[in-house]
Structure formats: C-alpha cells, structure tokens
Ligand binder design. Structure first.
Ligand code: GLN
Length: 503
C-alpha cells in the first residue's frame, strides 16, 4: 500500500494532520519504513533521526494551530540542493562526503512551512543527463517498470513520488529535468519562469538556465509547493523582484491560479472556452513515437472538449535548440565546476606530486564520463578562436528562439505538445553514440533557453503500461495559469490518480 491509497493529495493529508487523525511522526515513521523496503534506489541518503526530529517540530506546529498546508507532509529534496545535516552529493563521487554549512533558501522555505524532509534524492551526476543512470550511487528504477529508467535528471524525485514513497519532491530543470522524469513516471512537474525560485544553495550546472521546481502528484499539489518555494531572495542575483502587489512570487502564483479558476467556473460545461492552445508543428516530427503521438492527440482533443481551441503554430528553430543548448550549458558547466578542485571542495586524490597533478588527478578520479565530456566540450567552445564560432553563435540562436516564442504567444495563450520522443527507456540499453541522449531533449530545451515556465502532466499510458506526459509551455510569469489549466484537465481525467504498480 502506498501513501496515495490513503491520501489522494496533499490537501487530504494536511486535513488529516490538522484534525489529529494522524501525526507527522506517525506519517514520517511509516514513510521511512516504505523507503527502507523500496528497491528503486530513489534515495541517496535517508536519516531517520533527522526526519523524525523535523516531524516532532511539525507536530508542535500542528498543536499550536499555526500549521500551513505543508506542515507534516513528507517531501524530499533532489541531491543537488544543499541541506544542513544531510550530505549533498550531486550524485557524484566528487561530493560523496560533502555536508553544506547552510540550507538552500528553498530548503529553509519548506522547513519554515513545517514540511518534513525524508532525505536526499538520486539524480544524474551534477544534473547532467536524462535517465538518472550516471549517479555515482547507482541508477534509479522506474516504479512502472523496474527494467526502465525513471527519466532524469530528477529521476529519484519522480520515482519516489510516483511510487508513493513521499507526497512531493523538489527537482531542478536546466533542459527538461523536472518535466521529463515527471512524464516518464506519470506525475506532474513544473519548471517556473527563470528567476522565480531561488537558486541560492542549488549546486550550479548552467546558471543561465538552472531553475528549481516541484514534482508532485497533481497540478494542485505542485501549486502548494511552488507557492512556498518561490519568492525574491537577495542571495540569488537572478532572483525576480517583480511580484506585482505581492510580497512574494508565491502569492502571485496562487492568485493567478485562483483567478483562472474563478473564470473557468463561470464558463459552465466549457470551462476552457476561449483558451487558445498553440500546437507547434515542429513538435510532431518523425522522432516522436506513434503511440505517444496518439495519446497526446487524445489529450488535445480532451482539452478541446473542455472548450479550448487549437491553432497550429511554428517554432522553426526547435532542432537548433539542441546544438545551442549543448554549447551554452557545457560552457557554463565548465566554469561552474572548476571550483571542484580537491582544495576548496570535493574529493582529493591520494597520489599526486604537485598542485597541478593533485587537481587533475582529483578531477579525473571523481567526475564521471558525462560530466567530463561536458567540461571538455565547454572548455573547447570557450577557447579563444572558437568562441565566436560556437558560443556566440549559440547565444544568437537562443535569442531567435526567445523571439519565436513571443511571436507564437500573439497567436495562442498556451503551447502544448510532447515532453519526450518516447516513453522511458530500458536501463540496459547502450548507445554507441554518447550524445544520442542529447537529441532526446528536443521538446524541452526551448523553454529553458527562453526562460519560460513549462510543465508536464500525465495524459495516458501506452500498450506496455508506461506513462506518457503532455507538455504545457506558458508565457513569462504564467505558471499559475499553466497549473490552473492542467488542474481543469485533471478534474476531468484520472491519469494522475494511477499508482505505479497497479493497472
Ligand atoms: N538532459 C538535459 C541535460 O543533460 C537536461 C538536464 C537538466 O535539466 N538538468 O543537460
């Protein structure tokens, strides 16, 4: 039995907690037991004492009548988000024993709200990847089929939520790492507008695109998390100050969600009447597998039955997003990861004879092949002489992609399409070309290059009972709108209520 059999969503669990029908300690102990029995390898570190201490604090908050919607709710953090007490490894040998002296801003936000952290979730090394197999701590399994990957890089987050081990999780998304594993695990995840959630204490991969967000069971649950984790943070120089009348962006997201719903409620049987869905023709290319395409088509028809209309739009540089992204992100990564030198941070080699060999031996020993590939690629594209040909060119493509979106948003309110080209892949597969996986990111990268909010929600299962996700991309600051639209869909469908391991 999973948590979801008893509590369909965070609201139901919160109600039971506030009514005294259960306690944070009881839920936490129960969750720890389930995690101990799970063979998914979704967690890198669990510490019962730390979690139970947080549970007791949550129970005190519940008794004092000061509980929030998240007080006592079991959640967990992707292991690129720093935490006091728990190690933060970025799924790398480099940081296998690293303990941060401070909590990331978003971790503090959850602590203040009284959520109980169950530990640190597995992912691709330094969040580079799309299948959670590059972790130093071993691959995570997909709860729908243990021979398959949960997607990545936030694979542990998605697997743990889909398996009912925790109610929700945090993830990060630089090129799809929230949406893609959410789609492969049949759950809901949102990457908000760049700058909405503080990156203070989120280990940097590619700073101009990194963004944290929630992975949850439903759009409504994702909203509850996003409301808490978003807001201006002076410690993050890219944090957005613009929050309208609200003291924080979380208030803005909630208000937008509520306003949309009030509007939908007034529309009767056609709640989405007037909503224009832009469907980019480039998203339905030969890379998309036929069964996924059919399920996405069904979902679009479902949205039409709720009153929305469909317009074909064009994002002509969808393919170019791949080389642009895989020039810019390695360039940023090569610079961000230079701090891991075995002196200030990370693994230090035992054998060396001078400073140079100490640094190079430490890095060679502790970084996995994908991380090394990206550092080398990034260093190359930033070299004098190549900079103009690669980095500058990629930035120009990025600008054009950003402009394309603004053109498309004059024709529609929201963009919809696939998240991935196919359902979750086999763990045993071996690609001869190490960059084959990079091409799989074709539908998710554009939103990161442009900084737009984008989400994934489940829209069906294929003949092998593997979940397929639908992607929604909105204009800047419209995450409340995206979540409201997805929530209407979820009120009229039950894909999100399916529990992994059951038909
Ligand atoms: N798959 C993409 C990459 O490897 C996205 C990763 C991410 O969003 N963190 O870069």
């Amino acid at each position: 039995m999973s948590l979801f059999t008893e509590f369909p969503d965070i609201a139901a669990m919160g109600q039971a907690l506030r009514a005294g029908k259960t306690s944070a300690r009881e839920l936490t102990q129960d969750t720890l037991d389930r995690i101990a029995q799970s063979s998914l390898n979704a967690f890198i570190q669990v510490d019962p004492d730390l979690s139970l201490a947080q549970a007791d604090q949550a129970d005190a908050l519940l008794q004092s009548g000061q509980a929030t919607a998240l007080t006592g709710i079991p959640i967990a953090h992707k292991d690129v988000i720093v935490t006091q007490g728990w190690r933060t490894t970025a799924a790398s040998k480099m940081l296998a024993n690293y303990v941060s002296p401070f909590d990331a801003t978003l971790v503090s936000q959850f602590r203040q709200a009284g959520a109980v952290s169950l530990g640190k979730l597995n992912c691709d090394e330094f969040a580079m990847g799309a299948d959670s197999t590059s972790s130093y701590f071993g691959a995570t399994q997909n709860p729908w089929d243990s021979n398959r990957t949960p997607g990545g890089s936030s694979g542990g987050s998605a697997a743990a939520v889909a398996a009912g081990l925790i109610m929700a999780a945090t993830g990060t998304d630089t090129g799809g790492s929230i949406r893609q594993p959410a789609a492969h695990c049949g759950i809901t995840g949102i990457k908000p507008t760049y700058g909405t959630v503080s990156r203070h204490g989120v280990i940097a991969y590619a700073s101009s695109m990194d963004q944290a967000g929630p992975i949850a069971r439903s759009a409504r649950d994702a909203l509850t998390l996003l409301e808490i984790m978003s807001g201006f943070d002076a410690n993050d120089p890219t944090s957005l100050e613009q929050c309208g009348e609200h003291a924080n962006t979380g208030g803005r997201v909630r208000e937008q969600f509520t306003q949309q719903h009030t509007h939908f409620d007034s529309q009767g049987a056609q709640p989405l009447k007037g909503l224009r869905i832009g469907v980019p023709k480039e998203f339905f290319n030969s890379a998309l597998d036929a069964e996924s395409a059919a399920l996405i088509e069904n979902a679009l028809q479902h949205y039409e039955s709720l009153g929305a209309t469909r317009v074909e739009v064009s994002l002509p540089r969808t393919q170019q997003a791949i080389p642009a992204y895989y020039v810019i992100t390695p360039a940023e990564a090569s610079s961000n990861l230079s701090r891991f030198d075995g002196v200030r941070f990370g693994h230090r080699a035992k054998d060396y004879h001078d400073l140079q060999s100490m640094i190079s031996n430490s890095r060679t020993e502790a970084f996995g092949p994908e991380v090394i590939r990206r550092i080398l690629t990034g260093t190359y594209v930033l070299c004098e002489g190549y900079y103009d040909a690669y980095y500058l060119q990629a930035q120009r493509v990025r600008r054009l992609i950003t402009n394309d979106f603004q053109q498309v948003f004059t024709q529609c309110d929201v963009i919809m399409g696939p998240v991935t080209t196919r359902p979750a892949q086999l763990l045993s597969r071996q690609d001869a070309d190490p960059t084959a996986d990079w091409r799989e990111d074709v539908y998710t990268l554009c939103a990161n290059l442009a900084g737009l909010p984008a989400m994934a929600h489940p829209c069906g299962f294929n003949s092998a009972n593997l979940p397929v996700g639908l992607q929604l991309i909105g204009n800047y600051f419209n995450e409340g709108q995206l979540l409201a639209i997805a929530d209407r869909f979820q009120q009229h469908s039950d894909w999100h209520q399916r529990i992994a391991g059951t038909k």
